[in-house]
Design a protein around this ligand. Structure first.
Ligand code: SDX
Length: 431
C-alpha cells in the first residue's frame, strides 16, 4: 500500500479536485463537506441509513472482526474470558480498561454487592404495573426512574459521581429485572442476599420461595456467568448507539441507559432471543421446518436468531453458547426445542438463500433455549440481555463523556417534503 494515504476527488460539476486524507480506514465527513460548498450550498454530506458504513466514534472497549468471528473485550479474546473470568471481573475490565488487582476486584465486588437494594418507592412503582406487563417495559421505566432518586448523577463531569452511578446501575439491574419477573408471576419480590455472588443473588431474587436461604445450583450460576460475559458489550450496536446518542446531550447515565434498554427491546436487536423461542414453538416439529424455510425465502418473515450486521461467517458467542447448552441441560434436562433449533440451523446452513446472504446463527439463536430450560418465560429473555449489557453501555458512555472529539448527536437529512406553501386558516379551509 502506498504511503500516500489520501483520496483525490474530482467534482465533475465544477472540474475542481480535492485531496482528502484517509485516517484509520476512514475519511472525515467534514472533508467531503468542502466539496461543492458555496454561500448557497452546504457542500457534500454522506447518506447512510442505519449507519451501515459510518464510524461514529473511536473506541478501545471492544474489537470485532466480522469475517474472522473475532470478539475481544479490551483486547482479551471472548473465549478466554468466558472460560476463566467472572461477569463482575469482566465488567471491571470493560469499565476501567484493565483487569483488576485483587484489592481492586474485592473493592469492586463489595461496592456492587452493597448497592443491590433499590428505594422502596421504586418497588411501589413496579407494583403499579398491570399483572401482564412485559418485563422489558418495567425495566425500561424503572431504570429511567432511578435518575429521580439520584439527581446528583447529572454532574457527569465528576469522576466520583460517574463511578457511584456506574456501581449503582450494575448493582441494581438484577434487582429490577428479578422484581419485574416476580411481578409477572404474582409472586412476592425477593430482596437481595449479600452473602451470594452476583449471579447467585440474581437466581435467588428470581426463584426463592419459602425457604430461609436460597441455595443456587452452582452449574446454573456458572452458566449465567458465561452468558452475562458473552452479552456484556458488542461495540457500536443499536442499543449502544442509542446510549451514546442520548448521552451526547450530557444527560445523566440512568436516562442514557434507559434509552439503551428501549433499543435492545426491539425484535431485530435484543428482542430476537424472545422471538427465536416463539418461532421454534410455532414451527413445533422438525417436519414443519422445510415449509417454514420456504416462507422465510418468500419474505414472509425472518429466520430470527440468524444474521448479523458485522459477523459474516459465525458469531463466536453462538459457538460458546452452544457448548453452555449441554452444561445447563445436564441440570435441567434437554429442551425438546433443541432438536428443532439444530435441524433449522443444519438446513439453513446448506441453503443458498442463507449462505448467499451470509446468514449464520447469532448470539440470540441458542441463548433462548438455555433461558427457557432455566424456567424463564420468553418475555424475560431480553431482560437477561440488558442486565449484563449495562456494563458495556456504561463503558461506552464513559468513553463518550471523556472524548474531546464528540459533540451532541444531530445528523443531517435529505429533505423530500413540500416547500414554502401558503397557509390557509382552518375557518377558510373548512368553509
Ligand atoms: C443482536 O449489532 C450487534 O452487535 C447486535 C448484537 C449485540 O450483541 O449487540 O449482536 C445483538 O442484535 C443480534 C441480532 C439479533 N437479531 C436477529 O436475530 C433478528 C434477525 N436478523 C435480522 O433482522 C438481521 O440479520 C439483522 C438485523 C441482525 C442485521 O440486519 P442488516 O445487517 O441490516 O442486514 P439486512 O437486514 O440488510 O439483511 C441483508 C439481507 C436482506 O435480504 P435482501 O433484502 O438482500 O434480499 O439478508 C436478509 C434481508 O432480508 N436477512 C434475513 C435475515 N437477516 C437478514 N433473511 C431472513 N432471516 C434473517 N434473519
Amino acid at each position: 500500500m502506498t504511503e500516500n494515504q489520501t483520496l483525490t476527488v474530482r467534482d465533475n460539476r465544477t472540474g475542481e479536485e480535492f485531496e482528502i486524507p484517509i485516517t484509520d480506514g476512514t475519511i472525515r465527513a467534514g472533508d467531503l463537506g468542502k466539496i461543492g460548498r458555496t454561500d448557497d450550498d452546504p457542500g457534500l454530506a454522506v447518506y447512510d441509513p442505519g449507519f451501515t458504513n459510518t464510524a461514529s466514534t473511536r473506541s478501545a472497549v471492544t474489537y470485532i472482526d466480522g469475517d474472522k468471528g473475532i470478539l475481544e473485550y479490551r483486547g482479551y479474546p471472548i473465549e478466554q474470558l468466558a472460560e476463566s473470568s467472572t461477569f463482575l471481573e469482566v465488567a471491571y475490565l470493560l469499565i476501567h480498561g484493565e483487569l483488576p488487582t485483587r484489592e481492586q476486584h474485592d473493592q469492586w465486588v463489595h461496592e456492587i454487592t452493597f448497592h443491590t437494594f433499590v428505594h422502596e418507592n421504586l418497588k411501589s412503582q413496579l407494583q403499579g404495573f398491570r399483572y401482564d406487563a412485559h418485563p422489558m417495559g418495567m425495566l425500561l421505566s424503572s431504570v429511567g426512574a432511578l435518575s429521580t432518586f439520584y439527581p446528583e448523577a447529572r454532574a457527569i463531569r465528576d469522576p466520583q459521581v460517574r463511578h457511584d452511578q456506574i456501581v449503582r446501575l450494575i448493582a441494581k439491574m438484577p434487582t429490577l429485572g428479578a422484581w419485574s419477573f416476580r411481578h409477572a408471576q404474582g409472586k412476592p419480590y425477593v430482596y437481595p442476599d449479600n452473602d451470594l455472588s452476583y449471579t447467585e443473588n440474581f437466581l435467588s431474587m428470581l426463584f426463592k420461595m419459602s425457604e430461609q436461604k436460597y441455595n443456587p445450583d452452582p452449574r446454573l450460576a456458572k452458566a449465567l456467568e458465561v452468558l452475562f460475559i458473552l452479552h456484556a458489550d458488542h461495540e457500536q450496536n443499536c442499543s449502544t448507539n442509542a446510549v451514546r446518542s442520548v448521552g451526547s446531550s450530557e444527560v445523566d447515565p440512568y436516562s442514557a441507559v434507559s434509552a439503551g434498554i428501549a433499543a435492545l427491546y426491539g425484535p431485530l436487536h435484543g428482542g430476537a432471543n424472545e422471538a427465536v423461542l416463539k418461532m421454534l414453538k410455532r414451527i413445533g416439529t422438525p417436519d414443519k421446518i422445510p415449509a417454514f424455510i420456504e416462507g422465510v425465502k418468500r419474505g414472509d418473515e425472518k429466520l430470527m436468531g440468524f444474521g448479523h450486521r458485522v459477523y459474516k461467517n459465525f458469531d463466536p458467542r453462538a459457538t460458546i453458547i452452544k457448548k453452555a447448552v449441554d452444561d445447563v441441560f445436564e441440570v435441567t434436562g434437554v429442551n425438546p426445542l433443541l432438536e428443532i433449533a439444530q435441524e433449522l440451523e443444519r438446513i439453513a446452513l446448506e441453503d443458498d438463500y442463507f449462505i448467499s446472504r451470509k446468514l449464520y446463527p447469532n448470539v440470540d439463536f441458542y441463548s433462548g433455549l438455555i433461558y427457557e430450560a432455566l424456567q424463564f418465560p420468553p418475555e424475560m429473555f431480553t431482560v437477561l440481555f440488558a442486565i449484563p449489557r449495562t456494563a458495556g453501555w456504561l463503558a461506552q458512555w464513559l468513553e463518550l463523556v471523556d472524548d474531546k472529539e464528540q459533540k451532541i448527536a444531530r445528523p443531517k437529512q435529505i429533505y423530500t417534503g413540500d416547500r414554502t406553501l401558503d397557509f390557509v386558516p382552518a375557518a377558510q379551509r373548512w368553509a
